[in-house]
Design a protein around this ligand. Structure first.
Ligand code: NAP
Ligand code: 8YV
Length: 307
């Protein structure tokens, strides 16, 4: 059986299917030259040093759609397939973005605490919140998940703006300048890939343009937002609210962010439901099994699509 290196956790179903076809190795016990296949995830990826040491590597199968933790160009140069799990998680991650948006607008955490602490009884009715209806929502990265977010916001009668490198064939308003889009938005939702081209593109100027009544939602990667500038903007009131699923140095989240009352924080659970992780897990394993069967894969990342 071919030798598979496992990086990060997998479900029991994934393990069962993989054990029937591969000898599975963990990071603390493997011979680099024996490994032909790797299973990893969006967070751990494969370090450049590890990839260089795996001289007979043929496939890196990622349990997630984002692959910024793998050097896909270098893999393609070496003829190694990198695969990921597009589409099967679109709806779940979009739901997470909408969940964060609604929690910020309707002060879900504050009002939940208002009931639990007994303040409702001692102080009377909770302060009013803001309506999430009829808002102008700027989507940074109108790809597979960005479009699912736009679709899910339709019942709230959202006006959709978007920024990406290329204008799409859609009816929403395109902005080639992110700061200008933030200025015209009530909410900015980040859902681009991570990596060098998006590193800290949501900077101080963008956050200040979004403004004191503005809400930032980040379900992309922590690297997309300048976290120090975000903390400063939320503390000073230059930015109103932030709903965050991802952070710069996960799982470490700055104490300053955790102390702020105008944030809703999630531990990178955008796709983390039983149903969606089952679909992602199935595709992650299918990519590996297809490769040992006929040398091809199901869902290569664009850099490796020509292999
Ligand atoms: P996708 O279909 O490839 O969409 C990505 C979008 O970002 C495209 O519209 C792309 O458009 C745009 N984009 C890429 N580089 C950009 C740049 N430098 N500046 C502005 N826009 C840029 O990807 P997807 O499937 O929607 O997934 C998007 C990302 O979501 C993943 O890569 C991952 O990082 C994140 N994600 C997070 C979670 C979570 O648990 N929180 C779960 C799944 C995915 P152009 O190329 O035309 O610019
Ligand atoms: C996963 C993600 O949590 O798909 C992605 O890009 O960020 C998430 O769905 C991540 O891949 C870890 O498995």
């Amino acid at each position: 059986m071919p030798d598979l290196l496992q990086i990060g956790g997998i479900t029991d179903t994934m393990k069962e299917r993989l054990e029937a076809a591969f000898t599975i190795h963990q990071l603390d016990e493997f011979e680099p030259e024996k490994i032909t296949h790797v299973i990893t995830n969006g967070h751990d990826g494969v370090s450049p040093e590890l990839m260089a040491s795996l001289t007979n590597l043929e496939v890196i199968s990622g349990y997630g759609v984002g692959y910024d933790a793998v050097d896909a160009e270098e893999a393609a140069r070496r003829g190694i397939y990198v695969t990921h799990t597009p589409n099967v998680l679109n709806e779940e991650v979009a739901t997470t973005a909408v969940l964060l948006l609604l929690a910020c607008y309707r002060e879900l955490l504050r009002d939940d605490a208002y009931v639990r602490t007994g303040e409702w009884k001692t102080k009377g009715n909770a302060p009013l919140t803001r309506s999430a209806d009829n808002q102008t929502v700027g989507i940074l990265g109108l790809g597979r998940i960005g479009q699912a977010i736009a679709d899910k916001l339709a019942p709230w009668n959202a006006k959709i703006l978007y920024h990406s490198r290329n204008k799409k064939d859609v009816s929403y308003t395109y902005y080639d300048d992110l700061t200008e889009m933030a200025r015209d938005s009530d909410v900015l939702i980040c859902i681009t890939p991570g990596g060098a081209s998006t590193n800290k593109i949501v900077n101080k100027d963008v956050l200040h343009a979004l403004g004191p009544n503005g809400t930032l939602i980040n379900v992309s990667r922590g690297s997309v937002v300048d976290e120090a500038a975000l903390i400063e903007a939320l503390q000073s009131g230059a930015l109103g609210w932030a709903g965050l699923d991802v952070f710069e140095a996960e799982p470490a989240v700055p104490q300053a962010l955790r102390d702020l009352p105008n944030t809703v924080l999630l531990p990178h659970v955008g796709s983390a439901t039983v149903e969606t992780r089952a679909a992602m897990g199935a595709l992650t394993v299918d990519n590996l099994l297809k490769h040992i069967k006929d040398g091809s894969v199901m869902s290569a990342v664009p850099e490796c699509a020509h292999l």
